[in-house]
Design a protein around this ligand. Sequence first.
Ligand SMILES: [Zn+2]
Length: 240
Amino acid sequence: MGSFASVLVARIPERLGIHGKSRCRSCKKEIPIFDNIPLIGFTLLRGRCRFCKVRISFIYPALEIFTVIGTIFIVIHFDSWLMCTAWVIFLTFGLALSVIDQRNKRLPDVLTLPLYLILLSLLGLDAALNNHGAKFLVAIASSLLLALFYFVLNLVSRGGMGLGDAKFALAVGLLAGYVNAFNAIASTFIAFFLGSIVGLIAIKAGKSTRKSTLAFGPFIYLGALLGPWLSPLLRQLLNF
Ligand SMILES: [Zn+2]
């Protein structure tokens, strides 16, 4: 899944298909299958192309390591295999979306909408098999409300918050809301909390101004990922 996230990051912004063999970005030679083995290929090649020796971005093995660690946490936390699958898919797509948003300042529909549909099917199936109809309704409501929230922010901020964020919020609200409604709110709170800290640091460091836009996708993603672990703590703190 980590390698798949790398493929999405490398190809989606350039509108390349996700099928077909990977090529070196510099010499365009096809990458042999054994050089493409996650983490091992990169380590054996010492981070350089076998043919032209150009450096391979460290972002690719980093995405693979992040996915492995995230998957371990997910498998420990969730009991149902359908939930684990849904969360690992979110981990992968969300990671690719976050890197693309950071680099290109957009969240492509070609990723956000399929992500939403996949999560809708997996969680719908989980709800049907385990008699979680009420939970699924909370998830649908959270999804629509969160998307509406980001859509309103898009209008008030005159495009400062992108429409892509609202479409990404459809998927995030569904997944976070299926845990419970409080988790959906807590995840959003964590996203804004992290976003403001990073925004302030960037302004202090002189790397951005109050007017420059911060890609918000990565914060929505991190908020959703941290939600299931942090929302019980927040709940205790607030005595809710
Ligand atoms: Zn090369």
